[in-house]
Design a protein around this ligand. Sequence first.
Ligand SMILES: C[S@@+](CC[C@H](N)C(=O)[O-])C[C@H]1O[C@@H](n2cnc3c(N)ncnc32)[C@H](O)[C@@H]1O
Length: 234
Amino acid sequence: MVRSDHRAAQQIRDVRRRLAVQGPPRTRDRGRDFETVTLPERDCDLLRDLLVSERAETVGLAYASSALAIGEALVIVGLPHPRHVIIDPFQEGVWSNAGWDLLCAAGLDPIATLIPEPSSIALPQLVAGGLTAEAAFVDGSHRFHEVFVDLYFLRTIVRPGGLVVIDDDWTPSVRTAVHYYEQNLGWTAIPDAFAGGTRMPIGGDPRAGSVPRCRALRLPDPSFEPPFEEFCPF
Ligand SMILES: C[S@@+](CC[C@H](N)C(=O)[O-])C[C@H]1O[C@@H](n2cnc3c(N)ncnc32)[C@H](O)[C@@H]1O
């Protein structure tokens, strides 16, 4: 079990800081790969602060900046049996386990489970196994249909009134998927959660307005199934 004390949190903070300043021990052979892929440190701080009052499930590990921030939140909260489920089919093959090794260096591996499957396979299995979570962070495949499916299953996993945080809400595919859940299933954005974080132009178009790259959504409590006749185009 992770020590729910100051030293455990400090160990995670040290790994996070080193990662932000020096980058990961290895990256893919592409220019500025870490900066392009990973969640910026400031957004990770905001994610941690938000989750200190919630708990976790992650889609997409890559360089682990966000997973480390989630782990830090879990340690700060200090529940007796914290659990962090991480899904990434490419952690070994594409990322050479850089993210997982950083989680180990931070001492988070005892509470973390890495599922090396696409989320569309892993999430329904977790649902079938009865997993429940207080919160989820989604930064996996950014294809519309895969984000849509992630949110579909997380709707069952995350408890009513729990939290789903999405990265890259500025991309049309992610925004459109999220919009369905807001328009039709009562998910409500927490407006200021990432107000101090990174902003991005919608669709990458500098002429378009900018939005925070991360978006936090509260699930309705109680959960409900809308009649199909009440479908709202999104
Ligand atoms: C943008 S990166 C995540 C960056 C991470 N949040 C960070 O702070 O370093 C996207 C991640 O999603 C993973 N991924 C891609 N397709 C996926 C899928 N179908 N299911 C789950 N994860 C997927 C990639 O391997 C990668 O680890």
